[in-house]
Design a protein around this ligand. Sequence first.
Ligand code: HEM
Length: 279
Amino acid sequence: MTNTPYNPGQEGAKMGFADAMSYGDYLHLDALLDQQHCKSDAHDEMLFIIQHQTSELWMKLALHELQAARDALQQGQTAEMFKMLARVSRIFEQLNSAWDVLRTMTPADYTRFREALGPSSGFQSHQYRLIEYVLGNRNPNMLRPHEHVPEVHALLADELARPSFYDEVNRYLYQTLDGHTDNMPELQLDAPHALNAEIQSRWLEVYQDIDSHWTLYEMAEKLVDLEDYFRRWRFNHVTTVERVIGFKRGTGGTSGVQYLRRMLSVELFPELWTLRGDL
Ligand code: HEM
């Protein structure tokens, strides 16, 4: 045995980066790792910041995939779309596992820096709101907290002005079943999608004859999968919140756990869930 330090340079590993792009250069790690500014001296504030920042990064990727999935669908590229949707489900799975790290923070730990958060809250996450808007949960009241940042407000308002991803899925349903979309119920862009009996009956046709409508069936199941993971995220969030702050009000000003429990009842793709009772 020798304790001479191994030199990976011997086998060709590049060891000098004075004139070449390094890992840190490519990922802009200097900027990324310089964005954790604790506002208190509480030990757990770093965990709180990194948990939120990493969640925002995953949300950024989820939006990238969802927007591309919608484009792929519009071009009839369903295989590509399914691949991206599967990735979004895995992203939510990743976010769901992340709660285990945050749950190591006790109410006493959180209390040490809660005041420092002021009125800031995940409630003002524009990426979360954009994900909801893209998927079809479109509450225009949620634009208000973004009025002070015109670019972000415009991003959300633009999304509200175009059909949601789920609208496009339903459009594809009618187009595939009928060869046109004349029978499709009129879209209401700036309101949360509500259960529509006609749309549900068209999806029921698909589920009652899977062999004839395999692509639509696969599409619907990918959406149910995605919503399943999304619901688990909401559930994990509200459980973590109850564990850390009980029934206190949120820093964002809502009733806290009661507000979040109300959000648990939101259904993104209600027809796909309700039709299951008819099978
Ligand atoms: C101990 C940790 C956490 C606590 C105590 C907490 C608390 C809350 C509360 C009380 C709300 C309701 C709005 C308000 O009045 O503030 C809320 C909303 C929200 N939080 Fe958290 N949260 C925590 C962690 C996180 C994490 C890690 C994320 C990830 C980004 C997150 C994202 C959100 C989002 C997106 C909303 C808006 C939900 C909606 O409007 O449906 N939260 N949070």
